[in-house]
Design a binder for this molecule. Structure first.
Ligand code: NIG
Ligand code: FE
Length: 396
């Protein structure tokens, strides 16, 4: 089996707590050896073993690839006018989702596939090597199943979100829609998904409806995650903890009791700074969550309504500037935190045997991800040890 030495790394983020080098386990003048798509060795470059091939990092910083645990990529249509109206004062409302539902239902399979492929490639070029993808703009049995099949073209982290909003045809009978989701829709869709998610929010699903949907998904082998407390205070975070959800996402409006529940649980709080940015909402206080002992992840929440970006470095910069995370905390949340939010231990960090998913930065350290907002610093991306994208400047 051919081995690859990534040599001359100026600064290597490992997220290895055993190195006694801070939470990010940062090594200077480091090297990594990759074998069979996995990390075989990492450490000081002066100790590096021989390998068959060599990639010169030329003093760049290298980090684990970003783990994006929250994306809604299966959609059609454009809501830029809604964004423009928001910037003139119109508030964001859950009901805007229905605009995308109409366009998605009308789209061909080929159109949906080309959109998810394009957006996944866009995410990868900004350093994302693991990506979750939700359904939720079909909202019929056939359309939700189709969305999951399209999502599976780009990832194994496929999430059923038939409970995104009540579709127009059930506007007067929302409980009938919940019954459909809990029976025929999940019967058809559960085999095509790994996760079940629900938008527990005013204007979407209340706590009893959300609990019923999550439990119906769990009964069919899916693992829960929850869109919680995005638009106002509510029961979503507590429901996520009650269900042992992998993640409560948004977590924008939280009480002390919500934070205490998260801190005492296995549920990650996934912060989505681009959603507050694009809806002109107040940012959650990430500092308060971290200081209370909550495990925090970051994700762009790419979707056509509240946050149309795939760019994790942008989220890191906003999380540092507006949510009061340190640069180290934000980079951890975008890598190891995302992995925790997907209950994965093979991505988001370096360890012998972990996936060789790495991003090389045109920067001397990971801090530049926040320090140089908006600058495309990702020079190369490796997934399973293969270079899947690089600028002209990275050479063997
Ligand atoms: O995560 N909150 C619910 N879902 C998306 C928004 C979807 C939309 O507006 O189309 C979100 O922000
Ligand atoms: Fe979302």
């Amino acid at each position: 089996m051919t081995t690859l030495l990534i040599d001359n790394i100026g600064s290597l983020v490992t997220n290895d707590p055993t190195l006694d080098a801070g939470p990010l386990g940062v090594l200077r003048d480091a090297a990594v050896v990759v074998e069979d798509g996995r990390i075989a060795w990492y450490g000081s470059r002066s100790d590096a073993p021989a390998a068959d091939t060599r990639l010169d990092a030329a003093g760049r910083a290298v980090i684990p690839g970003f783990v994006d645990s929250h994306a809604h990529l299966v959609f059609a249509g454009d809501r830029s006018e809604e964004f423009a109206a928001r910037m003139s004062g119109t508030p964001y409302q859950a009901g805007g989702i229905r605009t995308t539902v109409t366009a998605t239902r009308d789209a061909t399979d080929a159109t949906l596939k080309s959109t998810v492929t394009r957006l996944a490639a866009e995410a990868m070029r900004s350093g994302t090597t693991t990506l979750e993808c939700k359904s939720g703009y079909g909202l019929t049995v056939e359309q939700e199943l189709r969305s999951l099949q399209v999502a599976a073209e780009i990832t194994d982290e496929v999430t059923f979100m038939g409970a995104h909003v009540v579709p127009p045809e059930y506007a007067d009978t929302p409980d009938d829609y919940v019954d459909l989701v809990c029976t025929a829709m999940l019967d058809a869709c559960a085999p095509a998904a790994k996760w079940v998610d629900v938008f527990c929010e005013r204007g979407a699903f209340d706590v009893d409806q959300s609990r019923a949907i999550l439990q119906a998904g769990i009964a069919r082998g899916l693992q829960p995650r929850v869109h919680a407390n995005q638009l106002g205070p509510g029961p979503g975070v507590q429901l996520a903890v009650e269900c042992n959800a992998a993640s409560a996402d948004h977590v924008t409006h939280v009480s002390d009791a919500d934070i205490a529940a998260l801190a005492g649980s296995n549920t990650v709080a996934t912060l989505l700074p681009a959603a507050e940015f694009s809806t002109r909402a107040a940012y959650p206080d990430g500092r308060r969550l971290i200081d209370a002992g909550v495990t925090v992840a970051l994700s762009p929440d790419c979707n056509p309504g509240s946050s149309f970006t795939t760019n994790m470095p942008f989220c890191i910069a906003v999380a540092v500037r507006e949510m009061h995370l340190t640069p180290d905390e934000a980079v951890w949340a975008a890598t190891a935190g995302g992995a925790r939010a997907l209950r994965r231990d093979d991505v988001g960090h370096l360890a012998v045997g972990a996936r060789a998913d790495l991003a090389l930065l045109d920067a001397p350290s990971h801090i530049h991800l926040a320090y140089r907002p908006g600058v495309p610093l990702v020079a190369a991306v490796l997934r399973n040890g293969e270079i899947v994208w690089q600028t002209n400047e990275v050479t063997s």
